[in-house]
Design a protein around this ligand. Structure first.
Ligand code: AN0
Ligand code: CP
Length: 319
């Protein structure tokens, strides 16, 4: 493996799960693989889980790990081409990327959608520049359109908790006051469509995801109906994708909040979410604290997904 930015970078869902199981059972088995190899983690945006879990994954593999927050301590980077460098950004990204590449063996990049231009975001302009100019293997720590490490962890968690061979998995939009990226929902959908699960997406009208991510998923606009018979409910907010509302919050309709009353109707579906939330805007405390919440094991599996991917990238270095 040389890149990990979307589902096309894995061989198959089954192969990824088998590799993750091995890594989870033998977290320190591959320390020789990472010895004297440097992982550089670049953050254009904040992070708690991805930062800690990916760093831990690198350390478990015996790697040296460097973390750089571009907006705190590094030179501000100009990301546009063809501009006169007379503003507040002393360094151009096209020059900075090969410099960063020269200090490491593998680069992870977090670079959220900016919502200034849909094509800039959906062409993955920043991530692709790292792929093109760093000369090093690159993986996504949530880019503009996808968050594959998150979804890989979600998949591992569902596999661990599922009580039937073909669980019903529901991705539900939930309210949030701020405009959030579509990346988590896009990736979740992209990967769930590759499984045998019964996969349903539910959201208010206006929050349709890009068709290439929805794929063959069922879209159900009635949230209660979508929840019927669910085994897993995955709550996430995202902003509108369709023009002219790209990146906008259309409503923070509280009726879409995933609360304990709704969860009670679902016959004890497992509840998942992956993100920093303003509590009570998206879920109530009793949902998080219920025995059906698998938020914490899911977060722990972020180490497993990151370590599985890093291991494959390290193997790829030696080929
Ligand atoms: C990010 C998002 O919604 O994509 C990260 C979630 C894992 N969240 C925020 O920007 C608050
Ligand atoms: N789920 C996730 O990626 O969280 P962070 O933004 O805290 O890394």
């Amino acid at each position: 493996m040389r890149y990990f930015t979307n589902i096309d970078d894995i061989l198959s869902i089954e192969d990824a799960i088998a590799k993750a199981r091995y890594v989870k059972q033998h977290p320190f088995a591959d320390q020789e693989l990472g010895k004297n190899k440097t992982l550089l983690m670049i953050f254009f945006n904040s992070s708690l889980r991805t930062r800690l879990s990916t760093q831990k994954a690198g350390l478990n593999l015996g790697m040296n790990v460097i973390v750089l927050d571009i907006n705190q301590g590094a030179w501000k980077l100009e990301t546009e081409r063809g501009v006169i460098m007379d503003g507040d950004k002393p360094e151009h990204i096209l020059e900075a990327i090969p410099v960063m590449g020269s200090y490491c063996d593998i680069i992870g990049v977090r670079s959220f959608a900016r919502f200034e231009s849909k094509s800039f975001d959906y062409e993955e302009t920043i991530l692709n520049q790292f792929i093109k100019y760093s000369g090093k293997p690159v993986f996504s720590m949530e880019a503009a359109t996808r968050h594959p490490l998150q979804t890989f962890a979600d998949l591992i968690t569902i596999e661990e908790y599922k009580r039937t061979e073909r669980p019903k998995v529901v991705l539900t939009w939930a309210p949030h006051p701020k405009a959030l990226p579509q990346a988590v929902a896009n990736s979740f959908s992209e990967w769930m469509n590759e499984t045998d699960y019964d996969f349903v997406i539910t959201h208010p009208k206006g929050y349709e995801l890009a068709p290439e991510f929805v794929g063959k998923a069922k879209v159900e606009y009635d949230q209660n109906k979508a929840f019927e018979g669910a085994d897993f409910i995955y709550a996430k907010n995202w902003s509108a994708y369709s023009e002219p509302n790209y990146g906008k919050v259309l409503s923070t309709d509280r009726s879409w909040t995933v609360d304990s009353a709704k969860m009670a109707l679902t016959d004890n579906a497992y509840f998942m979410h992956c993100l920093p939330v303003r509590r009570n805007m998206i879920v109530s405390d009793d949902v998080i604290e219920s025995p059906c919440s698998i938020v914490i094991p899911e977060a722990a599996n972020r180490v497993v997904s990151a370590q599985t991917v890093l291991k494959e990238l390290l193997i790829g270095l030696n080929k």
